[in-house]
Structure formats: C-alpha cells, structure tokens
Design a protein around this ligand. Structure first.
Ligand code: GLY
Ligand code: MN
Ligand code: MN
Length: 429
C-alpha cells in the first residue's frame, strides 16, 4: 500500500535523527527486504522492510541506504542505491523507480545504481571506524529464513573483519516507537478505513454467510479505496472458532445464535491498524453473550485509563489481569483462589484469558518497542482484552488502538461502534 503520499521531509528527518545517534567515524547500512519465493517460479507480494521505508519511503526490492554522516562532502553523507535500469525486466514488471523518482520520494540527493554499491562501500569503509548494520531484533521474530540484511552482515564482516561492528536496530527502534504527528495521522487514517469496513459488515453479517464472504466484503472495502488489509491475515471466526486466537481459515458458515469474532484492519501507506470486534451473527447478543461481552468491555475501559506516560506495558498487563480476574470470578468461571496470582497466571486463568493485553503498533502490526519501559507520548499501542469459553463456543475479544499523549491517551478508534446495544442497533437497521 503505497498510494498516499508522505512528504520526503518526513524521511529526511528520520535519517537526520538516526545519524545523530551514531558514534563519530561511523557509517550505517540498511537493506530492503527480499521478494520471498513460494513454489516453482512464484513469489509473494512484496513487503518492504519497515526500517527502509521509515528512512527513505522506498517500496522497491534491491534497495540499499548508506549513511555516512562524518563525510565532509554533503553529497556523500546519504547515498541511496536502487536497482539498475533493466529494459528486459521493464517489459515484464513495468517501470521501476528511476534515480530521479527515488530522490524525490526519499529526499536523498545522491541516488546511484546498485552495481556501484561495492565500490562506494569500500571507499566509505576506508574512511570510517564503526559500521552500524541492521537486523530484525524484534523479541518475538522467528528468523528461519536468512534476510538480505543478514547476508550483507556476513559479507561485510568477512570482507572487512577489522572494523568495529555495531547494532543499528536498537537506535532505529528508539525512533520508530515514538510516532510523530504525521505518523499518528497515518495510523488514524488506517483506523478510519478499518471503521468503514466494520460498519459495512454490520449491514452484511447474518446467519448462513460464510466467513470468507465476510473477508471478501472487507477486501472490497479496503482495496477500492486504494489500500488493503493491514499486515496480518484477517481473523473471521464464528462459533467455536472465536476461541482460537489466530484462526485464519475463515471457511466456516456462520450460524444463527453464534458469536462472531472479527480481528481485521486496514493498512494505510504501510502503517497498520489492528482492531477486534465481536458481534452476534443474528444481530442480537444472547443474554450470556452480552454478559461476557460487557465483562471484556469493562476490562478494556479499565485498562485504557492506565494507558498513560509512566506506566509500562508490563504494568498494563497486570492491570488487565486484575480486571479480567474479577470478571471471571463474578461470572463464576473461576474461584478467587484460582486467579489470585496475577504475575504467574494459573492454568485456570490461562484457559479463559491466554494472551496479554497490548503491543506496539506502527509500520509493523506487532511493532518495535520494549514492554518494560515506561510509555511515552507518541507511542501507539493496542488494548485487546478477551475472554474465551471453549465449552460454550464463545470467545470475545475487543481491540482498539491507543495513542499515548502527554496527559493520557487518545483512542484512535473512538468512533468505531463498541457498545453492545449500538452494534445491535446498527445490525438491525
Ligand atoms: N491481530 C493480531 C493481534 O491482535 O495482535
Ligand atoms: Mn493486536
Ligand atoms: Mn488484532
């Protein structure tokens, strides 16, 4: 999703901030993602590297950014390398970025073809002591496939073993975790698109629709606006499927009386929303469904109150666990003793509330950031408590996206219907 335009000054400012964090006598290199293969000669749709996008706005494979802030010559402080012009490739894939295009998008004055990279790198390395290289350091990343970044790290360390190597990721993450007003607006747009999708579904869902028909409605809503789904598979989970946290088969028929858990969102210019709503397939919550729904909603509202500067995500997790524990006791699903150890969830607790409440959001759906650190203004996080009762085929999760502000927070999804009665009303209009 690259259609909405972000001014090049945004990317230039990100590079300036990053350069200011490097030690003297340093260069930094960032690589784009590979196009991932599937079977035979098939490939996946291209997913840009979030760090590359954040620093350049470039959405094209085989791109390399070289930052050399200690260079005296202004033209050599930032160099962007893009794919060499290839007329044969153009016949198949259409136009790739020209150096001029890439310069306009990124605000970088020196854009060269990738075939020049090794020579320029060699020249830069001959003048610098430290080399900052980038890698995916997300704590939950499972790195089973070697990335272009990793190949480059191996190459660089093999060819230039006497330099001092440093980690670039923590520096970029420290910037990415705080969203600028421009980014907050992009996230708001992603949330607004998501809201449009949800409102459309409220007039569409009824008994006997299949989960994939619901997914198709959303795809139509997002794609016709030049966007698409956020960077995760939509979860359209009716009945018992609502209890499977990452259910993505989306192929069951929604039945009269079933609950329907919808965890889907739109992306906007590579920024992701992440929303969950839980609705009754037939347009009216049963008494039991509404009871559980309101328990989760209370836990959500109680948690959002604590989303403010100073508290960490870890603190928040404990807040939600306390709230959910109280609800589970009131619902007589557990005894007080079963849920008294909030830090270490008992099996009982985990059975009904197996996940935790929040993650950072941005260019990645589970964005970069550290759960132990106090929240700060500009961070965007989800709030997503849930209660899942497998024996009743009843899972409820509700999820909104929250911008931390100096005084507390702003709910980027405050206009998305959330009260049970409002949802019922809209479904029966
Ligand atoms: N949609 C994934 C999540 O809620 O974390
Ligand atoms: Mn989430
Ligand atoms: Mn979600």
């Amino acid at each position: 999703m690259f259609k909405p335009k972000i001014e090049s000054s945004f990317f230039a400012e990100n590079r300036r901030k990053l350069a200011s964090l490097l030690k003297p006598d340093s260069i930094a290199v960032v690589n784009s993602n590979d196009i991932m293969p599937t079977n035979a000669d098939g490939t996946m749709r291209y997913v840009p590297n979030s760090d590359m996008f954040y620093l350049t706005g470039i959405h094209q494979e085989e791109t390399v950014l070289l930052l050399a802030p200690s260079e005296k010559d202004e033209e050599h402080k930032e160099i962007l390398f893009i794919r060499d012009y290839n007329p044969d490739l153009e016949v198949w894939e259409g136009k790739k970025l020209s150096p001029d295009d890439a310069g306009k998008i990124s605000g970088i004055k020196t854009v060269l073809e990738l075939s020049k990279f090794q020579k320029v790198l060699h020249d830069s390395l001959s003048k610098s002591e430290n080399v900052y290289l980038n890698s995916n350091e997300h704590d939950r990343a499972e790195l089973v496939v070697e990335s272009r970044e990793m190949r480059f790290i191996r190459y660089c360390m093999r060819e230039y073993p006497l330099h001092t190597y440093c980690r670039l990721a923590p520096l970029i993450y420290s910037l990415r975790v705080i969203k600028t007003p421009v980014e907050a607006e992009l996230l708001q747009s992603a949330c607004d698109l998501t809201a449009d999708g949800f409102r459309r579904l409220l007039g569409f869902v009824k008994p006997k629709v299949t989960e994939f028909e619901i997914e198709a409605e959303l795809a139509h809503e997002f794609i016709r606006k030049g966007s698409g789904f956020a960077d995760y598979e939509p979860i359209i989970a009716s009945g018992e499927n609502s209890c499977f946290l990452h259910y993505v088969k989306n192929d069951a028929v929604c039945l009269d009386g079933d609950i329907l858990l919808l965890d889907f969102a739109a992306g906007y210019s590579n920024y992701n929303a992440d929303m969950t709503r839980t609705i009754p397939v037939n347009g009216r919550f049963s008494k039991r469904q509404k009871q559980i729904y309101n328990s989760v909603l209370r836990a959500m509202k109680g948690t959002i109150k604590e989303m403010k500067p100073g508290n960490s995500v870890k603190d928040l997790q404990l807040v939600t666990r306390e709230l959910i524990a109280k609800e589970l006791v009131d619902l007589k699903l557990v005894k007080p003793a079963d849920v008294k150890d909030i830090k270490n969830k008992s099996d009982y607790f985990k059975k009904y509330y197996p996940h935790d409440v929040s993650h950072f959001l941005g260019l990645a759906v589970h964005d970069v950031g550290y759960f132990e650190e106090p929240m700060k203004a500009g961070m965007v996080l989800t709030c997503e408590p849930g209660i899942y009762i497998r024996e009743e085929k009843l899972g409820v999760r509700i999820e909104n996206d929250i911008l931390i502000t100096k005084k507390g927070n702003r709910d980027l999804m405050e206009n998305v219907p959330i009260e049970a009665e409002e949802i019922e009303e809209l479904m029966n209009k």
